[in-house]
Design a protein. Structure first.
Length: 239
């Protein structure tokens, strides 16, 4: 009868068992001490059942974790900190694999967090920079060296978004500092345009999409014939 009832009422059975164990902690410990091998097997079986349940009920697990975190933010933070300190390599490796396998999800999550906590994020970044200037500078230098194309694209986008801040005098000064001399402009800037150096001292404004269509580098001579040909064709109305 007991076995049938247990199978028919698993939730009530679990609740009764939980209440009994809470009321009789000493009895459980005595039993575990007297039967160490059985205790290990029972614990292992329990963890396996829990793992299966978690896998089969992701929504319930997420809801439970959310409620627990909201009710115990300090405990969760303390546990997370302790776990990370004890398992740094494991956590970092797992995070690295996840970021590599889910770049879009990671980017979306970061963007969402930033939008919801903009002031806190900016304050944290400011504080971190003030306390780690040399480290930030060194990491930035390494990244720029390893990602020259991304750096170039980011600078171009920033320039396009803030073009009104740059006067002709200021732009000329930037170019002169490169050692390229004072520039000559073939045409005038227009909305949606990008500066293209056909030569060190010769600049033409062309549509930004056209400028980005070919990866090029004036100093290295990479793809300059191709991009210059497209720029001339556009200027002459051929494209």
């Amino acid at each position: 009868m007991g076995t049938k009832w247990n199978k028919a009422h698993p939730e009530r059975k679990a609740a009764v068992g939980k209440a009994w164990r809470k009321a009789n902690p000493g009895n459980r410990r005595k039993w575990e001490k007297a039967h160490p091998e059985k205790a290990v097997e029972r614990k292992k079986a329990g963890l396996e059942r829990l793992a299966k349940w978690i896998k089969a009920n992701p929504e319930k697990v997420a809801e439970y974790r959310k409620k627990y975190y909201q009710a115990n933010p300090e405990k969760v933070a303390e546990y997370s900190k302790k776990y990370y300190q004890e398992n740094k390599e494991k956590v970092n490796e797992r995070s690295k694999k996840y970021r590599k396998a889910n770049p879009k999800k990671v980017k979306a999550a970061k963007r969402k967090y930033y939008q919801e906590n903009k002031e806190e994020v900016l304050e944290y970044r400011k504080k971190y920079y003030q306390e780690n200037k040399e480290k930030v500078y060194e990491n930035g230098k390494k990244w720029r060296k390893a990602n020259p194309e991304k750096v170039s694209e980011m600078r171009e986008k920033y320039y396009e978004a803030n073009i009104e801040r740059f006067s002709e005098k200021a732009k000329n000064k930037i170019i002169t500092r490169r050692g390229w001399g004072t520039p000559t402009y073939i045409n005038t800037r227009f909305e949606g345009s990008a500066e293209h150096h056909m030569e060190k001292q010769i600049i033409i404004y062309i549509p930004s999409p056209l400028h980005r269509s070919v990866r090029h580098d004036l100093e290295k001579g990479t793809n300059m014939l191709k991009i210059n040909g497209l720029a001339r064709a556009w200027f002459e109305g051929l494209v």
